[in-house]
Design a protein around this ligand. Structure first.
Ligand SMILES: [Zn+2]
Length: 155
């Protein structure tokens, strides 16, 4: 299992033509970025949507959202695993229920700009979805959000 996850992580980190750091090249459809209720990054591509937030303790918190963008208790069977950190020795984070959210049971490894691969099931029936996120924790000068959750046009 661990080797499989590591292989997946490395494959997803491999450079893809036309993409740089997960940012679509010019000319591709612009997807409007949505503000999450906790100033985190709203992950599209799963239903219900979820917000990914890095806490002050560097733990990852995943909050599912209803159609109005309000926090929702995690659907039954929802689960998430995150692989991040040094590609030679990736860290796998597991999550546990924390109030209305799922919280990683360990903190992120060191670093202010970590690639991360999320493996999310948004309910027991949902299929497993893989989402890549660059966890750049530097603060955006325009919207004051961390860069990974920046909602500025053109960023
Ligand atoms: Zn911004």
């Amino acid at each position: 299992m661990k080797n499989l996850l590591t292989a997946l992580y490395l494959a997803l980190l491999a450079p893809v033509a036309g993409f740089a750091g997960g940012t679509p090249a010019h000319g591709l459809t612009h997807v409007k970025k949505i503000a999450g209720p906790h100033q985190g990054r709203v992950l599209a591509g799963i239903e219900p949507r979820a917000e990914l937030f890095v806490t002050a303790e560097r733990q990852l918190r995943l909050t599912f959202l209803d159609d109005a963008g309000k926090p929702l208790a995690p659907p039954a069977g929802a689960s998430v695993t995150v692989i991040t950190g040094d590609r030679a020795a990736p860290t796998t984070l597991s999550f546990a229920a924390d109030g209305e959210a799922l919280l990683s049971t360990a903190a992120l490894p060191e670093g202010g700009n970590l690639p991360a691969v999320l493996r999310i099931k948004s309910s027991g029936e949902a299929k497993l979805v893989t989402i890549r996120v660059q966890l750049n924790l530097a603060k955006c000068g325009e919207c004051s959000r961390p860069e990974y959750a920046c909602v500025c046009e053109g960023h």
